[in-house]
Design a protein around this ligand. Structure first.
Ligand code: ZN
Ligand code: ZN
Length: 115
């Protein structure tokens, strides 16, 4: 049983209750980040997805917005989710593309300014 994973970008160990999990829909390829900032260089280097991590599924469709957190466009079937792990909490956001995920992360995520 895995209790921790490592950051897709820097290989830093990421515990279950911390970090960020990105996931590609459909297909469920995923990536793990120790901190939000590491999404940015990862995306710029071509977004190397890994095969599905077990703990990346967003916590229920209901809690997920149907629009991109960056540009506000309605999401197509193909989109990207990012779930922040904070202890037992799972805080999901969704994006129309890896580009917008990276822009959002670069702008400071939820605490940054809207596009
Ligand atoms: Zn990292
Ligand atoms: Zn977008």
């Amino acid at each position: 049983m895995t209790t921790s994973e490592s950051c897709t970008w820097c290989q830093e160990t990421v515990g279950r209750g911390e970090g960020h999990r990105a996931r590609e829909e459909p297909g469920a390829r995923s990536a793990v980040f120790c901190r939000l900032e590491h999404v940015v260089p990862w995306a710029m280097q071509g977004a190397r997805w890994e095969e599905g991590h077990p703990d990346t599924a967003p916590p229920g469709e209901q809690s997920l917005k149907k629009t991109c957190a960056r540009c506000g466009q309605a999401l197509a079937d193909e989109h990207v989710t990012l779930v922040r792990h904070r202890g037992e909490h799972r805080i999901p956001d969704a994006f129309c593309s890896v580009d917008h995920l990276a822009e959002w992360a670069n702008a400071g995520g939820r605490y940054g300014r809207p596009a």
